[in-house]
Write a protein that binds this ligand. Structure first.
Ligand SMILES: [Ca+2]
Ligand SMILES: [Ca+2]
Length: 406
């Protein structure tokens, strides 16, 4: 047996061993996507999936002494309930019970589980027009006294570029494989780039350093919920098959920036061609979809409700799918201001990543969904404000009203 044959056998054995850890239930069929020839160009990794709490923490004592417990009292008294002006504008995403697709048969990042394409049907739902802002989250905290998991752990992940020299000198750890991510003591939603920063001039920016558990608590307080991955992706694609971006397939139609991603040399320099190095206001840029949604792709990653898996079982329901029943990580969608095509081509509608539900970082936020518009948002004033915001609901499916700009 020559050396080539021995190596080939070893590779097969390694692949088999890895696959066996992720085997689906015996009664289901694993759907396997085709490999895209471009995948090799886009396998470099920004490390967004590595900002999990177990990857790097300031010290075991800190972790043990700050084991987070999700507050259950935040939905309690009448005084703590949200009022209309305190929450995000929502639009109705009509799906008309027709078939939509999630996933793609032409994945760029196969290992992320972008493929294959799967047919789904969804009930119509409501979705926040904007990512949840610092102003939104502050009102939630003021009303409930909620303490985020980053505050309980006394640490969250921040890109090194954004830290002051003083703070950097105090940090001795980084994330394996993504050394530009540092676990920063006292980084939290009020101190997005370390304890010597604040949100005073960023109240209209998306809240960051919120875990999946924190996001669930906020949405419940606001009488909403997190969107499922299928809902988020269907809204992003406007019902179109294999649409790359919410507005079409061109990253910059007519040279216009429509999202906040990274330009320059990641992670050391940013030329700010889209206007921002880090987060931008949640209202920034033209609306990304005809129904008015802004910053779905880019700005901050957005938690969705599904558990993470990279293999999609055919035993999953196709109507209102909610993802795997269990898991260790939760899915996040949309990419962030740290995404650049050469390192992290994840600002596409089908792209996806994950973190453990207690993780948080300076580029990870969320928006909420709802089965129906919450009662406190049903006033005439509110509906009028929606119309003036030019974000009326539209049908996404058969009428295909969204103009593709190719
Ligand atoms: Ca940018
Ligand atoms: Ca986003």
């Amino acid at each position: 047996m020559n050396l080539v044959n021995i190596i080939s056998i070893l590779i097969v054995l390694v692949i088999s061993a890895v696959s066996s850890d992720q085997s689906p239930p015996a009664d289901s069929v694993v759907l396997t996507p085709e490999v895209n020839e471009n995948d090799a160009e886009t396998r470099k990794d920004c490390g967004c999936q590595k900002t999990n709490r177990e990857k790097a923490v300031p010290g075991e004592d800190t972790l043990e002494n700050n084991t987070p417990k999700v507050e259950s009292s935040v939905h309690g008294t009448e005084d703590s309930q949200p009022r209309r002006s305190e929450t995000n504008v929502m639009v109705k995403v009509h799906t008309d019970e027709t078939e939509n697709f999630v996933g793609t048969d032409r994945p760029f990042l196969v290992a992320d589980g972008e493929g294959p394409a799967r047919k789904v049907t969804l009930d119509s739902f409501w979705l926040d027009v904007y990512e949840v802002s610092n102003a939104d989250f502050q009102k939630f905290v003021e009303a409930t006294g909620y303490v985020t998991e980053a505050e309980k752990f006394n640490s969250s992940f921040v890109l090194e570029l954004f830290l002051s020299e003083k703070i950097k000198k105090e940090i001795t750890q980084s994330v394996a494989g993504a050394p530009w991510w540092l676990p920063v003591p006292q980084a939290d939603w009020r101190h997005p780039y370390g304890p010597d920063t604040s949100i005073a001039d960023r109240m209209d920016h998306p809240v960051v350093h919120v875990s999946w558990n924190d996001a669930v608590e906020f949405c419940q307080w606001a009488k909403k919920r997190l969107p499922t991955e299928a809902e988020w992706e269907t809204a992003c694609r406007s019902g179109k098959h294999d649409r790359l971006f919410p507005w079409g397939n061109l990253e910059q139609p007519k040279g216009e920036h429509r999202m906040n991603i990274w330009q320059g040399d990641f992670p050391t320099s940013n030329t700010e061609e889209d206007g921002y190095t880090a987060t931008c206001p949640v209202t920034q840029y033209a609306r990304q979809t005809k129904h008015g949604l802004k910053n779905l792709v880019g700005n901050v990653w957005e938690w969705v409700s599904d558990w993470w898996a990279v293999r999609h079982s055919s035993s999953q329901p196709t109507h209102n799918p909610t993802g795997p029943e269990t898991g260790t990580d939760k899915v996040k969608k949309g990419g962030s201001y740290m995404c650049i095509k050469s390192m992290c081509y994840r600002y596409r509608c089908v792209a996806r990543s994950s973190n453990t539900p207690d993780s948080s970082a300076s580029n990870l936020g969320f928006r909420c969904a709802a089965d129906s518009l919450p009662d406190y948002l049903r006033s005439d004033d509110f509906l009028e404000s929606m119309r003036s915001d030019d974000s009326e609901s539209i049908s996404l499916s058969t009428s295909d009203r969204v103009q593709d700009e190719l």
